[in-house]
Design a protein around this ligand. Structure first.
Ligand code: COA
Length: 333
């Protein structure tokens, strides 16, 4: 549980950015041995968005998402004390994209760093930002979750290429006079013993023994789909249960469960086991696929813009991903 402080943390602004190109199941049918019917039935995905490399990238999506969140908060980039950018697909590791994003928006002397927690990136970043603001050292922090998974997807691998899309999402978190608002409870967890179930080999030596005889494309994700599926179904349930138990909130008292969009069957399994009503679990995977670090942020942005989250509401964010990692963040908005 979050230690009490004299002030709280509010979500001052939310934004997202989607790339221009639409990649439908029909398009994938022309690229790999698959069908619209199979993809829809096994994943719930109809289409996803991917960047046009001529004018879009992880960087432009992250920059635009942050700009939209700042506009939503009626703040300028110079109002930020810190920017945390979570991504598995930054163009370069040096400089951190966080620094370039600030510079592109007109600010060059603010704290900025990149971090990687795969699909948990934004939830990890929100938890870190809330803790830093509550420490009293920072007042306003930008957090971004953004990924261009199309750049690290092997479009000859039909079990993986059907899942992923590109997107960016951002929030501006700010110190608030009301101590009751902000993150009430958070978890940041991982099990590195299971890293091989979802990994990105960069060099030959990164490929584990059991995977060496398979056709590997260095620089592209490898995934043991069924293992990740089982992990996700049980972790979703455990993580949401844990969040409810720790905070004492009931399902009725939570206005939205903002879930990582990995596979509609994974979300539906959690909904069923926990008895979560349909209207409290927003789904956009059918339109944009699994967008990794951006996923929960785009869901939240859609809810925010639709007026489905109001001040005083309780919202549970939950994600899981490569690492393996999983995380939760329970907020009073
Ligand atoms: N089109 C048609 N057939 C496909 C296919 C595709 N795109 N992908 C796999 N298949 C085939 C397999 O080859 C297998 O054929 P076989 O029975 O002849 O061997 C069959 O479909 C079943 O494969 P399986 O892997 O058991 O399917 P699944 O129901 O587990 O679905 C995933 C595969 C990847 C959709 C599913 O495991 C999943 O979503 N896992 C979690 C992934 C995830 O969330 N990753 C991100 C974490 S953040």
């Amino acid at each position: 549980m979050t230690e009490p402080t004299d002030f709280g943390v509010r979500i001052a602004g939310v934004g997202s950015a989607l790339p221009s190109r639409v990649l439908t199941n029909a398009d994938l049918e022309k690229m790999v041995d698959t069908s619209d019917e199979w993809i829809l039935k096994r994943t719930g995905i109809r289409e996803r968005r991917v960047v046009d490399p001529d004018h879009e990238s992880e960087f432009t999506l992250a920059r635009d998402a942050l700009k939209n969140a700042l506009d939503d908060a009626s703040l300028k980039v110079g109002d930020l004390d810190l920017l945390i950018h979570a991504s598995t697909t930054s163009e370069m590791t040096c400089p951190p994209n966080a620094c370039r994003i600030l510079a592109a928006l007109g600010e060059t002397e603010t704290g900025a760093f990149d971090m990687i927690a795969a699909c948990c990136g934004l939830v990890y970043a929100m938890n870190i930002a809330d803790s830093l603001i509550r420490s009293g050292r920072f007042r306003t922090i930008g957090v971004i979750g953004c990924d261009e998974l199309s750049r690290i997807t092997d479009y000859e691998d039909r079990s993986l290429s059907i899942l992923f899309g590109d997107a960016g999402a951002a929030m501006v978190l700010a110190r608030d006079d009301d101590p009751s608002v902000g993150c009430m409870y958070q978890t940041v967890s991982s099990d590195g013993g299971r890293w091989e179930t979802l990994y990105l080999p960069v060099q030959e030596r990164d490929v584990p023994e059991w995977d060496r005889d398979n056709p590997i494309r260095l620089g592209c994700l490898r995934m043991s789909g069924q293992e990740v599926f089982k992990f996700a179904v049980s972790k979703f349930r455990e993580t949401i249960n844990d969040a409810l138990e720790a905070t004492g909130l009931t399902v009725d008292q939570v206005s939205q469960f903002v879930c990582h969009q990995s596979n509609l069957r994974i979300i539906d399994a959690a909904k069923q086991k926990l008895g979560l009503p349909k209207e409290k679990v927003h789904v956009n995977i059918d339109r944009i696929g699994n967008t990794s670090a951006a996923s929960v942020g785009v869901v939240f942005d859609e809810l925010w813009k639709a007026g489905k989250v109001k001040r005083g509401d309780h919202v549970v964010f939950v994600a899981f991903g490569g690492g393996l990692t999983w995380a939760s963040s329970v907020w009073k908005i």
